[in-house]
Design a protein around this ligand. Structure first.
Ligand code: MD3
Ligand code: FE
Length: 217
């Protein structure tokens, strides 16, 4: 993990900041591992391809998603849940890559959440125009564990609200390589993503990818 050491020079990552209680922004924390992360996502996509999913309210999500790890997040007309198998294939989700686990644990430690052991990684793919409406993440067994988010590719505006849907959200730009850790009092805040603007990222192309590492079970 030499890429995570505080090098005397050659490390241009801005410092981590706690932008709201329990919520930490680690700018470009994962940028040095982007190639490995993209290769890992490619492998997951070969075994469990990105797909559209329908909400219990019968609306198609504009984001395409897949998962790796012991548990994967799914939605259908029956509801939102985590399950051990891919509903498209009936097979277990691909394993969580070691490097991704180490990245998430390192980021969680920086944010003051040592000993984080995620068992689920949801991977969201946003093509230009895709968005995610304000929501809370409440499908995990316990809210005592943080969620680690890794963004790759096109930038997006992240909306970060309060504990009530109507609380006016703050806006945070999430860029390629950025990691955000949400724990403690931030864990149940409403959040969403504004429609992704069209563009072309030199390493990732015309898309935004977001990985969220969770302890779901
Ligand atoms: C704040 N994903 O998959 S990541 C999601 O960029 C989701 O794809 C967005 O919201 C994305 O559920 C946002 C940032 C994030 C993830 C989980 C959170 C923020 C969070 C859980 C609690 C509070
Ligand atoms: Fe969420």
């Amino acid at each position: 993990m030499a890429g995570q050491l505080p090098l005397a020079f050659g490390d241009l990552r801005p410092p981590a900041t706690e932008f709201l209680p329990g919520a930490w922004h680690l700018p470009r924390y994962a940028a040095g591992q982007a190639k490995a992360l993209l290769a890992a996502i490619d492998l997951v996509n070969q075994h469990a391809p990105f797909r559209s999913m329908m909400t219990p309210g019968r609306r198609w999500m504009s984001v395409a998603l897949t998962n790796c790890g012991a548990l994967g997040w799914v939605t259908d007309q029956r509801g939102y849940r985590y399950q051990a198998t891919d509903p498209e294939s009936g097979r277990p989700w691909p394993p969580l890559p070691d490097g991704l686990l180490a990245l998430a644990q390192g980021a969680a430690s920086v944010a003051g959440y040592p000993g984080f052991v995620p068992d689920a990684c949801l991977i969201n793919r946003y093509l230009p125009g895709a968005k995610m409406a304000l929501h809370q993440d409440r499908d995990e067994r316990s809210y005592d564990h943080p969620i680690v988010s890794v963004s790759l590719g096109l930038p997006a505006t992240f909306l970060f609200g309060g504990l009530e849907r109507t609380d006016r959200p703050e806006r945070i730009l999430l860029e390629h390589g950025d990691v955000v850790v949400f724990g403690g009092p931030a864990r149940l805040r409403f959040h969403g993503i504004l429609p992704v603007a069209d563009g072309e990222h030199p390493e990732v192309g015309r898309q935004r990818l977001n990985l969220t590492l969770r302890k779901a079970g």
